[in-house]
Design a protein. Sequence first.
Length: 361
Amino acid sequence: MSHLSFEQLLQQEKFSRDDLAKMLTADEENTLKLLARAEEVRLTNVSRNVYLRGLIEISNICSKDCYYCGIRKSNKNTYRYELSSDEILSAAEFAYKNRFGSIVLQGGEITSSRYTEWISTLLKEIKNLSNGELGITLSLGEQSKETYEEWFRLGAHRYLLRIESSDSCLYSSIHPHNNLHSYRNRLHSLGLLKEVGYQVGTGVMIGLPGQTVDQLAGDLLFIKSHDIDMVGMGPYIEHKDTPLYSRRDELAPIEERYLLGLKMVACLRILMSDINIAAVTALQAIKPEGREMAIKAGANVIMPNITPGIWRNVYKLYENKPTISQNDEENLAQLISRITAVGYNVQLDSWGDSLHFKGRK
Ligand code: 5AD
């Protein structure tokens, strides 16, 4: 057992699972110390910079059936869409003209050759319309090594694939039990992405039914031991058209999941000082200022949604996903001024690659 005070605990260079669990269960007073330490580590290592990625939700058609997700295959209560190439390219152009620096193409998991070839064509076109300047992150699930290689060759340089939970038992309690949803395959895909040369992003959901603080501490150590470059993690938010909704009475109040999400960001920043951490939308879904709070807690990436307005409400992973009625340009200016107001600098026209990745290369 550690005899350290909370302050001493925070100053360590190495953190055990127990240390992290302590940090995640900090009371109000210690939470403030945790957040302050995370901010200090952030300023020394990744400065006040915040990078933008314009998020384009290209399709909500998915072959998977994850128990928590609103766009799971078996959910018959959602309208399925796939953006046209023109819609995607004009969103990319919007990001380029508004100096976002980079975009994320995110969608349900589809592995057909029609689909993977379509993505390849899009990658070429996006590189063309931006003179090769727009950075491209993909978030399109588990694919073959050949597909990952092809997309990398065509200019995608970052890939997000959340492990969802690093605890294989918890993982299997929130997914169907078959090959398509196997923990081992997911882990294997993360390895492939790294082999191919991507900057690799992963993440977990926080506050899942049956999840313990000890498992969350394990998630943080997983991210560290897999030498991950970028992380997006946020509170689990129940969706009524999913199987996991039946376990909603096991959940902590949403405010607690929100706070735990912020603490996870702070702990991760302390644990991995030079990675990219996203201030995720799920935090904003709970509190309007959620993303700014995550930035203060150590996050340095923000992913404004630039999916064409009519489709944005249909890509519903969870309930109360923020929907934006104002036009995007006005919104971007507001976002920048909100980030500036909390003391951080939005870096336009920049890929904002993870410093960790540069060190790892
Ligand atoms: N609550 C919070 N996050 C969710 N995701 C999917 N469903 C939910 C939910 N109900 C997250 C998963 C997935 C990412 C795209 O969205 O972590 O990887």
